[in-house]
Structures are given as structure tokens and as C-alpha cells.
Write a protein that binds this ligand. Structure first.
Ligand code: FAD
Ligand code: SF4
Length: 522
């Protein structure tokens, strides 16, 4: 073998640079399903199924394209009686392949996970090879681009990076200025649904019923990972390029126009709303961010969607997606251990079951376990917000997010969780902690209407735990927050409260914390 080209489960890119200069006689694509990738953190059953099914479809497409693929399937229980061993870890499986295939070169595109890169490096080195790591042209930017942007800046903010990229890639630009005159149309976005009428006629989500390959994978996951969280019954994620393109077209035609208006809205039993649900296809690289951004911009040119929706959507992909990846590679491996707020509580048990009387958490976690999906505001302002204000250790919160979402890959999950939602990096990624009372949830959703708690109350039996924990959070971190100009109004509001009221709130918060840690409340 001349070149062994390693393709990981989130690198299913038909245009991968691994295939430049490909020699079908002497080069081999190497792929392996290994149990470790589903167990190093607890992983949602649908997440495992998505990766395995998409990998098997990619393998078949490569073989059809005439490439040799050395592929290791995860054995079922009956297979395991005859084949046990190197399927357990990526390193063991790769070590085995290096011995069998004796390649002259070993190549990989930069993985999405620091741990995996280290494991690949160590294994190839032990086997006497050098691992060639290629930049990933799937993304608009490289980690080096971000490092250049970050160098010498006191503060990193999405906005500056995003504007740079808009100009550099000429996206939504008109003669050097932002289309429409503004960089940002957020003032037109982020509406809530009318509480009386609710969300009107949301277009049906387009799903992809399991084919033969996916059905085999679903059986395998049900058998081998039965004790993992989440359900498989609703599995209908795109697993091929054709499915993913179909999902993109469907979003552009039916939901993009209202994406901006309802980007932050939440509603009982409406998990999908006007979001794109494209994160899995983007993260597995079934879709390139360029084709997604181009399709959205083109919809604006065709008059199919207004500028506020298109800019809001482009900002998520050209902006946030590239920005969080830059943060990840610039600050790993130390980023994983950051905990600037000194948070040390355990994650409440109900995060794994959805069994809580707090309706916002019950619905957001319930749909997460059902589908492996929740939209950004549910992740940031319900599950994330509660954990931050309770004071849960960021590492535990990170493990939960990496486990339960089908789109979770560490490069994107970790900065969003530890940085944006938990403020564990002390403000490197976001200028202030996203702290809010239950009134925020009440404004953006209909959850509070059926909840036994009252978002206006911070003390007493019916006090909303979000509201109690909000004031407690401000009081606990008062000194740090007072030094942040973006938090000064919130700190002033705390200071207006009588000392005995604050003391009562803090006692109630402490009791809640204790009960949740003991598993006696929810
Ligand atoms: P849409 O709302 O339709 O947005 C369009 C696309 O923009 C998404 O598909 C995604 O690719 C990109 N995007 C949007 N917001 C972000 C963001 N903050 N960072 C990076 N890309 C973004 N996203 C993941 O892909 N994987 C994760 O593991 C992940 N973990 C998260 C954890 C927390 C605590 C938070 C607050 C956010 C997380 N996000 C993650 C970002 C975001 O919530 C999801 O990308 C989004 O909800 C996916 O649904 P969608 O495809 O319908 O997105
Ligand atoms: Fe959530 Fe509080 Fe509203 Fe209940 S009242 S749904 S706990 S924000």
C-alpha cells in the first residue's frame, strides 16, 4: 500500500483532500467502527446510529467510485463470539491496519477532536510512521487563520471575526458594504409566537425513513448499546449526500423565510420549528458550509426569503460555526479543564430522564432524549442556563451535551457548552454570562403556562427555580460581575433588593442545590 487515508466518522467528505492525487491501485481508504467512540462519553443511541449509518453509506459510495476501502464493522453480539479484540479502540484498530497494510504514508484530515488526533499520532508513531495531518477545506477558515485573528486582541468577539469573513469570502456584500447597509438584523429577529394563536402551520419536517443499511445499524445499536440514553424509534436523519441536499432544499423553500423571526422561540411539542436541522449533515460533512450559505443567499436574491432571515442564518454558519472551531483549536487542550466560576455541583439526575416538574426542562430534555435534537435557545437558555446558575461543574455539563445531541462533535460542542453557555472560560468566547430569570423563558415560550412554578417568584413553594437561581448567581458572583460593564444593570437590580430578601433567596437556592445533588428534587 502506498497511502493509507484515514477517514473518521465525521469526515464523510466526498471532496476530501485525501483523494487528491489518488492512485486506485496503491491507495486505501481506512475506516473503522469502534466501540470507544460511543462510550468514551455516554452517547445517545441515535447519535451512534447516525454516525455508523452515514459511515457505511460513505464506504459504499467510495467503493462505487472505484476506491479500495478497508472497513471494520462493529460486530454484533453473535459476531463477537468469533471476533473480539481490536474493535474496541481506534488506536487498536489502526495499529492492526498498519500492520496488515504496511503503508508508505499515513494521512488524515484534521480530526474534530483533540483526543482523537493525539491517539492517531501516538499509534502511527509507535508503528514507525509519520502521520500527515491535512487542513480541512470543508471549513471556510483554518485554525491558523483564527490564531492570526486572535493574536494581540484583548477580547475575542464573534462580530469582528464574522465581519472579516463576510468581506473575505464576499458573502452578502454589495460594493464593499454589507447588503442592506447593516451587518446584523437581530433587532428584526428573535420574536416569540403569539401566546394565544401559537405557532401557525409550521411546515412538516422532511425526514428520511431508514433504508436497509440504516435498519441494520439500528438493530446493532439496539443490541449493543441498549443501556445508552435516548430513543431510536424516530430515527430519520439524513445519512447520505443526496438526503442532506434534499433536507437543505426543503429548508430553503419552506422554513428559511421565517428562520429569523422565530429563531429564539420555543413551544411545547414543537421541536423543529423554523430551524434547518442541518447541523448533523454539516458536521458529518455530507454538506459543505459553502453550499448551504450559497443556497440561502441565492434564496434572498430570488425573493424567497428576507434579508433578516438570510443574514441571521448565514451568521450561524459563516460566523458562529467557524468562530467556535477557531476557539477550540486555539485553546485546546487546556480549554477542556477551564472552570473560571469554580462550579462544582453534580449534574441533576433529571438531565438523563426529563423527569422534572420544571416544564421548560421537561420538554427540552424530553425531546432531546426522543430525537437527539433541541434548538439553540433550548440548549443555551434552558438546559445550559439552569446548569450554569445551579453551579454544575462545566466538565459534567460538557459530557452531557456531547452525549445527547446527534450533532455533537467536540470542536463545536465544547466551546458552545463550556464557553458560551457555562461561562467556564471567564468570558473568552462570550462577553457576559447568559443569566436570566424564568421571565425570559416565559417571554420566549409557552412552557410556563403549564408549569407549577411562577417565573415572577424567587422565594416560596411556587418560586420558579430559574428565578431563585438567577438572583443567587448574581449574589454569588457579584464582585466578578460588577466589573463587567455588560452586567452592571443586572448587578444594580440585585443591589436594589433588601438584604433579607437576598438572604432568603440564597437559602432557597442552597436548599434546591442540596436536594438536586441528593436526587431528592426535580
Ligand atoms: P439552525 O438553528 O438551523 O442553525 C443553522 C446552522 O448554524 C446549524 O446547523 C449549525 O451548523 C450552525 N450553528 C448555529 N448556531 C451555532 C453555534 N452556536 N455554534 C456553531 N454552529 C452553529 N452545534 C453543533 O453542531 N453541535 C453541537 O454539539 C452543539 N452543541 C451545543 C451546545 C450548547 C450548550 C449550545 C448552546 C449550542 C450548541 N450547538 C451545537 C449550536 C447549535 O445549538 C446547534 O448547531 C443547532 O441547534 C443545530 O440545529 P439546526 O441545525 O436546526 O440549527
Ligand atoms: Fe421553567 Fe420556571 Fe417557566 Fe416553570 S415557571 S417552565 S421552571 S421558567
Amino acid at each position: 500500500t502506498r497511502t493509507l487515508a484515514i477517514v473518521l466518522g465525521d469526515q464523510l467528505d466526498q471532496a476530501s483532500p485525501l483523494f487528491d492525487d489518488w492512485d486506485p491501485q496503491r491507495d486505501v481508504v481506512w475506516m473503522a467502527e469502534v466501540a470507544e467512540e460511543s462510550t468514551h462519553v455516554w452517547s445517545h443511541q441515535a447519535r451512534i446510529a447516525l454516525f455508523l449509518s452515514a459511515m457505511r453509506h460513505f464506504r459504499d459510495s467510495q467503493r462505487t467510485a472505484g476506491r479500495r476501502v478497508d472497513y471494520r464493522e462493529l460486530p454484533t453480539k453473535s459476531d463477537r463470539r468469533t471476533r473480539v479484540g481490536s474493535e474496541e479502540t481506534l488506536s487498536a484498530a489502526l495499529g492492526d491496519a498498519l500492520e496488515r497494510l504496511r503503508p508508505e504514508h499515513v494521512r488524515v484530515v484534521l480530526p474534530g477532536d483533540w483526543r482523537v488526533l493525539e491517539a492517531l499520532r501516538a499509534t502511527t508513531e509507535t508503528a514507525g510512521h509519520e502521520l500527515e495531518v491535512l487542513d480541512d477545506p470543508h471549513f471556510y477558515t483554518t485554525p491558523a487563520d483564527f490564531a492570526r485573528h486572535a493574536k494581540g486582541r484583548k477580547q475575542l468577539r464573534l462580530e469582528y471575526f464574522y465581519r472579516e469573513l463576510r468581506k473575505r469570502f464576499d458573502v452578502l456584500m454589495e460594493e464593499g458594504s454589507p447588503a442592506g447597509g447593516d451587518w446584523n438584523y437581530d433587532q428584526d429577529n428573535r420574536g416569540a409566537f403569539d401566546k394565544k394563536r401559537g405557532p401557525q402551520a409550521i411546515p412538516e419536517r422532511c425526514g428520511f425513513p431508514p433504508d436497509k443499511i440504516t435498519r441494520a445499524v439500528l438493530d446493532l445499536v439496539a443490541e449493543r448499546f441498549a443501556d445508552h440514553p435516548g430513543e431510536l424509534d424516530h430515527f430519520d436523519w439524513p445519512v447520505t449526500v443526496a438526503d442532506a441536499r434534499h433536507a437543505l432544499d426543503d429548508f430553503i423553500e419552506h422554513r428559511l423565510a421565517r428562520f429569523g423571526d422565530y429563531q429564539d422561540a420555543m413551544w411545547t411539542d414543537e421541536p423543529w420549528l423554523y430551524h434547518s436541522h442541518l447541523s448533523t449533515s454539516l458536521n458529518l460533512k455530507l454538506l459543505s458550509p459553502r453550499e448551504v450559505v450559497e443556497a440561502a443567499v441565492e434564496a434572498w436574491h430570488r425573493g424567497r426569503a428576507p434579508l433578516n432571515a438570510v443574514e441571521g442564518f448565514v451568521r450561524q454558519i459563516l460566523g458562529w460555526r467557524e468562530y467556535v472551531r477557531g476557539i477550540y483549536w486555539n485553546y485546546m487542550p487546556g480549554y477542556l479543564d477551564r472552570n473560571e466560576l469554580g462550579a462544582d455541583q453534580p449534574l441533576p439526575d433529571f438531565y438523563w430522564t426529563g423527569e422534572t416538574e420544571m416544564q421548560c426542562l421537561r420538554h427540552s430534555i424530553g425531546q432531546t432524549l426522543r430525537y437527539g435534537y433541541a434548538h439553540h435557545i433550548q440548549r443555551l437558555m434552558v438546559t445550559g442556563l439552569f446548569a450554569m446558575m445551579l453551579g454544575v461543574a462545566p466538565r459534567r455539563v460538557h459530557e452531557w451535551y456531547l452525549a445527547v445531541y446527534v450533532d455533537a462533535v467536540e470542536w463545536v460542542e465544547l466551546p458552545n457548552t463550556l464557553g458560551m453557555s457555562q461561562h467556564g472560560d471567564g468570558g473568552l468566547m462570550a462577553s457576559k454570562p447568559y443569566a436570566a430569570t424564568g421571565k425570559y423563558v416565559q417571554r420566549m415560550s409557552n412552557y410556563c403556562g403549564s408549569c407549577r412554578y411562577d417565573p415572577a417568584q424567587a422565594i416560596g413553594d411556587t418560586a420558579c427555580p430559574f428565578t431563585t437561581l438567577y438572583w443567587d448567581f448574581l449574589a454569588r458572583h457579584r464582585d466578578r460581575l460588577a466589573a463587567n460593564p455588560r452586567m452592571s444593570l443586572q448587578v444594580k437590580n440585585l443591589e436594589r433588593k433588601a438584604a433579607d430578601e437576598v438572604a432568603a433567596i440564597r437559602r432557597q437556592a442552597e436548599k434546591l442545590r442540596q436536594q438536586l445533588a441528593e436526587g431528592s428534587a426535580g
